[in-house]
Design a protein around this ligand. Structure first.
Ligand code: C2E
Ligand code: CA
Ligand code: CA
Length: 706
């Protein structure tokens, strides 16, 4: 038998007439030379097996032929040949698989043994359509890649990014040479690609990277995207954006993924800083209100979630700010934040809500458990501690709210927490109080009022105004106006029934009396300077709340206002109540002395309503006593009041103080006072409080008696 380039099938067939088949009908044929242990391949089979090579061999060793079979098929193939040799019969339907290209194709081999020769003829019936497709596919990729190679090379070298190519056939990865500068690699191409890449990714981000690969690996997407951190060869951590596009084979298996790694460390740091500003409190590093709202709402999405929030406020924090300055105040807040971190290690979140308000989110849901968690903190926090040479007490009060009972949204929880805190600060001396709907209803109104007032103050004191009630000198049946008391009014249409005392109390409780008090003073001083334009001596009276007495810069403020409006300080009298003087006697005495030294008058307001003793009066640097309406009303028929008023009259004369009788409504009250020698009167009998425009018009003609 001639052995030429490719087997001469026709002559073979002619030689073996009993072998009937059409050469055209079959394609992949091989002839096994049993003696030489070699195999002749048909052109088609050579094409299939050596699709990668340009020159396809016509004859190969049996061993090489067998290398195309996966192991199992190889054994089958081998055994079949042995059996053929032994019994000399042909075999049909010997199922073997053949490894062609990258895939494993199933093939059925028919083997004919020519007993009289050393040859075995086999042909494979291969379903090779996919093989061809695959081949074309691959060739296309290769040619495209080759075409792009030179461009790629330029991109690789010039790019600011790191380019990668992941080849899934051999699990290799090729990175642009620049990557060697940052990754601990000897060569830009390395094997065990995914393992190695994962190794470079910081542990916490590995899942992110893997998750980004899953759609591509499973064949559902041709794209891949992730941002994660890499550890560089000098131990630094950088942020990269990894963006790839890949190819799959016809069965969806990944072939190749190519893309870029962009160093986004700077951008991430910027983002981080922005996030820090958005979601964290810069001073303490704790999370802020915005974080709480987002995180809490996410938790509350699940109606089965249970837990607790503790809303804390530092008692008297403001005084640290006022006494030692804001820098010290900041230090106090930082110290407090650190204590929260220390004492609530298992908190689900710790937040600062601005000012001295903090919030702790705990997973505890039973009251006893919540209290257990709080006890060590409350115990330790109220102990004196030294900070920058000052002794401070970080006494706190806490509103505790359980969810979902006390709120179904973060906002609802917070507004209930605020109500609860508000209630504690107004009436409760306890450190912790659990929210209760019932007793929060009244407070809710007050809370709204306070908020409304706060906003009104911010909007240029809208809804607030000052009215003036004349103070009259009544002698010998004639009266003239000698001054007026400035009285605050608040007319917010949302609170039509708000009482004057409730209004003042809310301002005092909330501390809003400080800005409002100054505003009243400014207005009163300006108004009075107008009244005195013609060189008169009209005195304006303004009320000072207890908190204002401790306002260290108030005297300076008053002085400046007098100067800027041109009011002689002797035309100003500040009214202080007994209570506000006695609750802080030392400070009040200093305050009065400073006022007096400027020539400003000081009146003791509502005299007789607070303390019963008069002894303390002696040491007070005051200039006037205002006798409360409690003593002036029904004076002619109330002997007790008569005794008190005449005593006060005598006392004021002895001490060289003016005496003003307030709340005079009736003629007989006035007569009685006049009869006692008391002539300075303020009361509805003469005038009710009036608007600034009216009183300034009225004053000129009211300055002269009768
Ligand atoms: P007060 O300082 O004793 O002011 C006098 C109050 O007596 C005024 O009430 C005035 O309208 C009222 N009054 C005057 N004459 C009569 C009278 O003949 N009969 C009756 N029944 N009442 C009379 P008003 O304006 O309602 O103020 C109540 C209190 O609110 C003031 O009492 C004062 O303690 C406080 N207040 C008013 N304005 C201010 C302010 O600007 N700052 C501070 N801290 N407190 C203020
Ligand atoms: Ca007064
Ligand atoms: Ca009064």
């Amino acid at each position: 038998m001639e052995k030429q380039q490719y087997f001469q099938w026709s002559s073979f067939i002619n030689d073996h007439e009993n072998f009937h088949f059409s050469v055209d009908a079959i394609g992949e044929i091989y002839l096994l030379d049993l003696k030489e242990d070699k195999i002749w391949l048909s052109k088609k089979l050579a094409d299939l097996l050596y699709y990668k090579r340009k020159e396809k061999p016509a004859q190969i060793s049996t061993r090489e032929f067998e290398s195309f079979f996966p192991e199992k098929s190889r054994i089958v193939f081998h055994q079949e040949i042995q059996r053929l040799k032994a019994d000399g019969t042909s075999r049909e339907n010997c199922h073997v698989a053949l490894d062609v290209a990258q895939g494993c194709l199933s093939a059925v081999s028919y083997m004919y043994y020519f007993g009289d020769s050393d040859y075995l003829l086999g042909f494979l019936s291969v379903d090779y359509e996919p093989t061809r497709e695959y081949e074309r596919h691959l060739e296309q990729i290769i040619s495209e890649l080759k075409h792009a190679q030179s461009v790629n090379q330029l991109i690789l070298e010039g790019s600011v990014d790191y380019i990668f190519q992941l080849n899934f056939a051999d699990n290799t990865c090729t990175l642009s040479p620049k990557a060697l500068e940052i990754l601990p690699l000897d060569s830009p191409t390395f094997s065990d690609a995914l393992d190695r890449i994962l190794f470079f990714v910081v542990t916490e981000d590995r899942q992110i990277f893997l998750d980004s690969m899953t759609p591509f690996l499973s064949g559902t997407s041709t794209e891949q995207y992730a941002e994660f951190r890499l550890r560089t060869k000098n131990g630094n951590v950088i942020w990269v954006r990894c963006q790839g596009k890949g190819l799959h084979d016809s069965q969806g298996k990944p072939l190749l993924l190519a893309g870029s790694l962009l160093d986004i460390t700077e951008q991430k740091e910027k983002e981080q800083r922005i996030r820090q500003m958005l979601y964290y409190d810069i001073l303490t590093g704790l999370k802020n209100r915005r974080s709480f709202l987002i995180e809490m709402d996410a938790v509350l999405q699940d109606p089965d979630e249970k837990g607790c929030i503790l809303y804390m406020d530092i008692r008297k924090f403001k005084s640290y700010n006022e006494m030692f300055g804001h820098k010290f105040g900041d230090h106090v807040l930082k110290e407090f934040a650190n204590m929260l971190r220390l004492y609530f290690p298992q908190a689900l979140g710790i937040y600062r809500f601005g000012g001295d308000e903090f919030l702790i989110h705990l997973k505890e849901h039973k009251r006893e458990k919540v209290l257990e968690r709080l006890t060590p903190f409350h115990h330790i926090v109220s102990k004196p501690r030294e900070l920058d040479g000052h002794i401070i007490y970080l006494d706190t009060f806490t509103a505790a709210l359980l969810y979902p009972e006390h709120g179904h949204t973060a906002e609802e929880l917070l507004s209930n927490a605020n109500l609860c805190l508000y209630r504690i600060s107004r009436e409760d001396k306890r450190d912790v109080s659990f929210f209760a709907k019932q007793n929060s209803i009244d407070f809710s109104k007050q809370y709204q009022l306070e908020n409304e007032m706060r906003q009104d103050i911010e909007h240029d004191f809208r809804h607030f105004r000052v009215v003036y009630q004349p103070i009259v000198k009544h002698e010998n049946g004639c009266s003239r106006w000698i001054g007026a008391e400035a009285l605050l009014r608040y007319n917010n249409p949302d609170f039509p029934d708000l009482g004057q005392m409730e209004m003042i109390q809310t301002l005092e409780y909330s501390g809003l009396i400080l800005p409002i008090g100054r505003w009243v003073l400014k207005k009163a001083i300006r108004e009075c300077s107008k009244w005195n334009n013609g060189g008169n001596h009209i005195v304006v009276h303004a009320n000072i709340a207890a908190q204002q007495v401790s306002d260290v810069s108030l005297v300076q403020y008053v002085k400046k206002q007098c100067e800027s409006s041109g009011l002689d300080p002797s035309n100003l009298t500040l009214e202080l109540t007994e209570t506000s003087i006695l609750s802080n006697l030392e400070t009040a005495v200093r305050f009065c002395q400073e006022l007096r030294s400027l020539g400003i008058g000081v009146a003791l307001d509502d005299f007789g309503t607070g303390y019963s003793g008069f002894r303390y009066l002696r040491g007070l640097p005051i200039s006037q006593i205002k006798v409360d309406r409690e003593y002036t009303s029904r004076l002619p028929v109330n002997q007790y009041n008569q005794v008190i008023v005449s005593f006060l009259h005598e006392l004021s004369q002895n001490m060289d103080l003016e005496l003003c009788a307030e709340g005079v409504e009736m003629q007989d009250e006035l007569d009685f006072l006049n009869h006692m020698g008391i002539s300075m009167i303020q009361g509805f009998y003469f005038e009710r409080p009036m608007e600034a425009e009216i009183i300034s018009k009225e004053f000129p003609q009211r300055l002269v008696s009768c």
